[in-house]
Design a protein. Structure first.
Length: 268
């Protein structure tokens, strides 16, 4: 009897998992609270599908996909809540826990798409050094300047979009007391736009790279020259997932160092 029940449970789980894979869903949250969840079939029923072809920066070649516009998706998911001035940013979470953050204004820009089918490759062409499947949802941008260097998120395996007030959601990352026209605050804005997707600050943020302030700040065990060099050209020093940032100016790098120093000196 126990064996029979175990087999039935395994079968039910397998059927449920297969159904979930065939009809994945995207979650919409406000400050971490779920407000709506839409399956792929619901998105197809309610939104126009677009066939797009463009230079995919993650694959570094022309790709063709079926997609919904990002504007259509977030309007359906959030409704009027999208215009609530309380929210400053959007956090995009991937299946592996990776989170990228961008200003909420980018949600409303044209040329952003959530793709759900690869037209060039059956069951999705693998992506990144790890050669992972980017589905079921992958956020892309077709504008020439809508790149990660310009702080546009490109998460694959997207599972949720969360509207947040950044200071409330990531209080340990925010440089409390730093004037908005200070070098430290400018560095914080660069960190928020480029670094938090992989790195954390005081255990808040990305989980791919090391925490830059806990248990010790990076400025306590790396000299300034090496930190700036590594941020700008990590590929010169080791094989890793960290991208090069050749466009960052000396002033940008100085601002990042100021932010790291400020967070080290102003621990809670």
């Amino acid at each position: 009897m126990k064996t029979y029940l175990a087999i039935m449970l395994i079968l039910l789980f397998s059927i449920s998992s297969k159904a979930s894979e065939e009809n994945p869903s995207l979650k919409f949250l406000k400050s971490g609270e779920l407000v709506k969840e839409l399956s792929l079939s619901e998105l197809k029923d309610k939104l126009k599908t677009h066939k797009i072809k463009f230079l995919d920066l993650m694959h570094q070649k022309q790709k063709s996909y079926k997609a919904f516009t990002l504007q259509d998706v977030v309007r359906l998911g959030f409704g009027e809540g999208l215009n609530n001035p309380e929210f400053t940013d959007a956090a995009y979470q991937a299946l592996d826990g990776y989170v990228s953050v961008s200003s909420i204004s980018k949600l409303k820009e044209p040329r952003g798409y959530i793709v759900y089918e690869d037209l060039d490759f059956e069951n999705w062409e693998p992506i990144s050094i790890k050669q992972v499947n980017p589905g079921p949802f992958y956020l892309v941008w077709t504008g020439k300047d809508q790149t990660t260097q310009n702080e546009y998120p490109w998460p694959w395996q997207l599972v949720s979009i969360d509207l947040i007030k950044f200071e409330d959601q990531y209080p340990a990352v925010f440089p409390k007391g730093a004037p908005k026209d200070s070098s430290a605050f400018y560095g914080y804005e660069i960190f928020k736009g480029r670094c938090i997707r992989c790195h954390s600050m005081n255990q808040q943020g990305g989980k791919i790279g090391p925490d830059l302030n806990a248990p010790q700040s990076i400025v306590t065990y790396r000299n300034t020259y090496m930190i700036k060099e590594f941020i700008k050209h990590p590929s010169k020093y080791r094989y890793s997932q960290m991208p090069d940032h050749p466009d960052l100016s000396d002033q940008d790098l100085d601002n990042l160092i100021s932010y790291f120093n400020y967070m080290n000196e102003n621990r809670n």
